[in-house]
Design a protein around this ligand. Structure first.
Ligand SMILES: *[C@@H]1O[C@H](CO)[C@@H](O)[C@H](O)[C@H]1NC(C)=O
Ligand SMILES: *[C@@H]1O[C@H](CO)[C@@H](O)[C@H](O)[C@H]1NC(C)=O
Ligand SMILES: *[C@@H]1O[C@H](CO)[C@@H](O)[C@H](O)[C@H]1NC(C)=O
Ligand SMILES: *[C@@H]1O[C@H](CO)[C@@H](O)[C@H](O)[C@H]1NC(C)=O
Ligand SMILES: *[C@@H]1O[C@H](CO)[C@@H](O)[C@H](O)[C@H]1NC(C)=O
Ligand SMILES: *[C@@H]1O[C@H](CO)[C@@H](O)[C@H](O)[C@H]1NC(C)=O
Ligand SMILES: *[C@@H]1O[C@H](CO)[C@@H](O)[C@H](O)[C@H]1NC(C)=O
Length: 683
């Protein structure tokens, strides 16, 4: 703009020495004036930069900013890198648009909320110091609460939430999760998973709310909790994020992730278009209407075509037919996996994915290679510039909509939201509602539940009774989950039992007692907690669906000698048919998370059981896949099954109020009779 090297030589102008001095002063004055004008011009320009003006409509800001961006700056916006390769310099020099934590990728072990904010603000300052100062968004898999973070509230996994069938609860969980995520300075979660799991052999089945597409549609209410409710006059289908206590949500994995052959993770979903649209697509439409801001593409294929390269479904259907206006993000190294040997032809992968309509790429490590490849593809007109502009405009729209340019930094005043008591109470309520009572008593007239709090001596057994990691499942602290009680804070089922029963009750815990011990101790009843060990993604694919050993022998040893309730901790139905006749009661607790008291609330009758199976419970694995509506439907328990019990308190209240109204109906009389029986038996 201003060339400070003077282009002439004094001598050639033929000036004497005083003339030289005059000329020098003149030139200096001119230079200073020019500098001043230049500076003033920049300041005025800065004030007039439309993209920085929050009063301008989002579309105007996007257009203005896009018009100022170089190709490098545009491509940078499309890149998401893992925190382990990010720093302020990288953010600035490569114009990186987004950073993520992969499962278990944390700033330091047992990091506090403040540590997260420190790290993220440092990256953000790098982004803000780039030429145009475009802030980045930080994403994480907060898929059952803010599960990567020490001390966070861990909610039940989606299969358990599906059992509640309670959209309002989902909305409140979304809002609590958003606050915990923001407490760590993060503004984007890769949730909810809208998979319709059609085969429990799939390792991600617990991330699915149900095998029933309608139930999955209803559960999209969590998006309103995460992002906020769009105002009444807001245009339907436009991405919405309601400010600094809300986060960007992500409907995933588009599409057909839950329909793969034999439930093999990332495999091929073989189904006709009618089936795909009827089973796997509906929840995406609900999400778009609710303003979801991003959609993640599935690793899986549809009829042999990798979803990451499927232009028909991503561009024509999602962006065209469904009018999705947010951004489409790839899965972790999703581009690499377009070729059957991952990363074997990366340039081709980049071309295929960007042409298919992916806007942001979870690279997450080799960002320089991605940037170089895409730059070359654009320069060679393989990928048209308007495809890049479409991608960047979508990303920027979300950033403007959420107010990121106005509030780019994490807010330390929110740190106490992480794992707050209010959120733990909500999670406990969610656990209670998620429990499905499958059996209660060897015959109907002799229920075991609710249990007595005043029994003199009780037995608690099983691999899962005192293991917080098992209770939370995969995607907790580490990608594959953890075992034990010290990797985060919460209440195990054993601890919950101890704090629920009367102080006079002796609680004996043995993980795997021999049958003589069980027989010879005069236990009033036993609580057996068994199930699956934690897993995530492909690590959870299973052809056998058996419980963790020695679960079956524990059930046998205990249930043959003492009245027992079996609580199953699992991400899906598992083989249960051979053992069920020996049990007095059976409860499916799914993967309840950190709040074990939700389980005892129902076992001890402080709250009733109300959950309904979100999935068909098979008799044997050779029936699979088997979903409701199938011709040869022969389940152990059908979709929607679940016994109910009133809470002891409710039963008493109902019988009392019926009595005081003086018009005891027939039903009230029955309820009162049951209440009296329950009270006599258990108190
Ligand atoms: C940031 O990361 C880059 C690339 O790994 C590295 O070269 C650079 O030294 C790092 N800068 C700082 C300040 O750590
Ligand atoms: C975890 O939460 C407890 C209770 O609020 C608190 O005392 C502790 O400092 C927290 N730890 C971390 C690492 O945040
Ligand atoms: C979904 O919600 C609607 C409206 O509340 C309700 O009528 C329907 O029964 C729900 N469906 C399922 C499968 O939960
Ligand atoms: C599906 O799984 C089979 C067996 O592991 C494998 O050979 C095939 O390549 C997979 N297909 C896809 C599309 O991933
Ligand atoms: C990469 O893929 C492209 C497009 O299919 C193909 O033309 C090219 O030969 C491939 N390169 C390699 C090294 O396989
Ligand atoms: C149900 O159980 C009660 C108590 O164990 C027993 O007395 C009764 O005979 C049983 N009824 C049936 C139908 O088995
Ligand atoms: C947590 O438990 C594991 C396994 O029992 C142990 O190796 C680790 O040192 C413990 N960590 C802390 C912080 O106590």
């Amino acid at each position: 703009m201003l060339n400070l090297k003077l282009p002439w030589k004094w001598k050639e102008c033929g000036l004497n020495s005083s003339g030289k001095k005059m000329a020098k002063i003149f030139v200096q004055v001119v230079v200073i004036l020019c500098l001043g004008w230049w500076w003033w011009a920049i300041m005025v320009d800065a004030e007039n930069l439309k993209y920085k003006d929050p009063k301008q409509p989002v579309s105007v800001r996007v257009k203005d900013l896009l018009g100022r961006m170089t190709l490098e700056e545009k491509i940078g916006q499309m890149v998401q890198i893992d925190r382990s390769v990010a720093n302020a310099t990288v953010m600035k020099n490569y114009f990186i648009g987004s950073v993520l934590s992969g499962g278990g990728s944390v700033p330091l072990p047992d990091a506090r909320a403040q540590d997260w904010v420190d790290m993220i603000n440092d990256f953000q300052k790098g982004s803000l110091s780039s030429r145009l100062g475009i802030p980045m968004i930080y994403g994480i898999d907060a898929v059952h609460g803010h599960n990567n973070v020490y001390n966070a509230t861990v909610f039940p996994h989606n299969v358990g939430l599906g059992a509640t069938r309670n959209p309002d609860l989902l909305r409140r969980i979304g809002a609590a999760t958003a606050l915990e995520v923001r407490a760590t300075g993060i503004s984007y979660t890769f949730a909810p998973c809208l998979a319709v799991c059609r085969d429990p052999r799939w390792g991600r089945c617990y991330e699915s709310y149900s095998e029933d597409p309608k139930l999955v549609q209803n559960m999209t209410e969590i998006i309103i909790g995460l992002q906020g409710e769009p105002p009444a006059n807001y245009r339907k289908g436009i991405p919405y994020v309601g400010g600094t206590k809300k986060v960007i949500a992500c409907a995933k994995h588009f599409v057909g992730d839950g329909g793969t052959t034999h439930g093999i993770n990332e495999n091929n979903t073989v189904i006709d278009r009618h089936g795909l649209l009827g089973i796997h697509m509906p929840a995406y439409l609900d999400s778009i209407i609710k303003g979801v801001s991003s959609v993640m593409v599935s690793y899986s294929s549809w009829n042999g075509v990798k979803m990451h390269a499927n232009r028909d479904l991503i561009t024509r259907f999602l962006k065209g037919t469904l009018k999705f206006k947010g951004f489409v993000i790839s899965d972790w190294e999703g581009l690499d996996r377009i070729t059957s040997t991952p990363h074997s032809n990366y340039t081709y992968s980049v071309q295929a994915a960007i042409s298919a309509g992916i806007d942001m790429v979870m690279v997450p490590y080799k960002y320089a290679e991605f940037i170089d490849d895409l730059k070359l593809l654009v320069k060679n007109n393989v990928v048209p510039m308007d495809r890049i502009d479409d991608a960047v405009a979508r990303i920027l729209s979300v950033k403007f909509t959420m107010g990121l340019f106005e509030s780019p930094l994490g807010d330390y005043s929110l740190v106490n939201e992480l794992g707050s008591q209010a959120h733990r109470d909500l999670a406990r309520d969610a656990v209670r509602q998620s429990l499905v009572l499958l059996k209660n008593g060897k015959n109907d007239s002799d229920p075991l539940l609710p249990l007595s709090k005043k029994a003199p001596k009780i037995l608690v057994v099983g691999t899962h009774a005192d293991n917080l990691g098992y209770q939370c499942g995969g995607w907790t602290i580490a990608w594959q989950g953890f075992s034990g009680n010290n990797a985060t804070r919460g209440t195990t089922i054993l601890a919950a039992i101890k704090s629920t029963v009367d102080p006079s009750t002796e609680v004996v815990f043995r993980e795997d007692p021999d049958s003589d011990f069980v027989k010879s101790n005069g236990f009033s009843y036993a609580i057996v907690v068994i199930g699956e060990a934690p897993y995530a993604e492909t690590g959870g694919d299973s052809t056998t669906l058996t419980m963790l050993d020695p679960g079956p022998s524990i059930i046998k040893n205990v249930c043959e000698s003492v009245k027992c309730v079996v609580v199953v901790i699992s991400g899906r139905p598992i083989v249960m048919e051979p053992y069920i006749s020996s049990m007095d009661a059976l409860v499916a607790a799914w993967l309840p998370g950190t709040e074990g008291l939700g389980v005892t609330d129902a076992l001890y009758g402080d709250h009733g059981f109300s959950g309904k199976l979100p999935r068909t419970w098979f008799k044997s694995v050779d029936q699979l896949p088997m979903n409701f509506g199938d011709r040869h439907y022969d389940p152990l328990f059908p979709l929607g099954f679940g016994l109910t019990t009133g809470s002891v308190k409710d039963i008493v209240a109902r019988s009392t109020s019926a009595g005081t109204r003086g018009t005891p109906s027939f039903i009230a009389m029955i309820v009162a009779t049951i209440a009296v029986c329950v009270l006599q038996v258990h108190f």
